[in-house]
Design a protein around this ligand. Structure first.
Ligand SMILES: [Zn+2]
Length: 117
């Protein structure tokens, strides 16, 4: 359950942004998270709702979008999207190298959009 601490950071960032822009009501937040960031969107949503209850962020819609995993082969240097559930063995479709690839995307977590008025 690291979603709670993530939701806490999100709420802190949103609060700061809202103060900066002098808005009073949060409408929507869009969060993008990587496929291997181990985020459960439903858990994040629940935590967000719990944390924003009774604040000016209450009732805001939390939208989440997954960023697919992309890796760059350590051997041939080509980028690919690893298939299957086993994220520890990612076989390069071009040269069949299995380990040591660089993760290009899929680990990140950030706010893409804040809508408030
Ligand atoms: Zn390769």
């Amino acid at each position: 359950m690291h979603e709670l601490s993530i939701a806490e950071s999100l709420v802190a960032i949103i609060k700061e942004e809202m103060d900066k822009h002098d808005v009073t009501r949060l409408m929507k937040v869009k969060v993008k998270y990587g496929q291997i960031s181990a985020i459960v969107p439903e858990a994040l949503e629940t935590a967000f709702q719990a944390l924003t209850q009774g604040t000016r962020m209450e009732g805001a819609k939390l939208e989440t979008e997954e960023i697919p995993l992309r890796a760059r082969c350590r051997s041939c240097g080509k980028e690919f999207s690893p298939q299957g559930d086993d994220l520890y063995i990612m076989t390069c479709p071009f040269c069949q190298t299995e380990f040591g690839h660089e993760i290009v995307s899929g680990k990140e977590l950030y706010i893409e959009e804040i809508e408030a008025e």
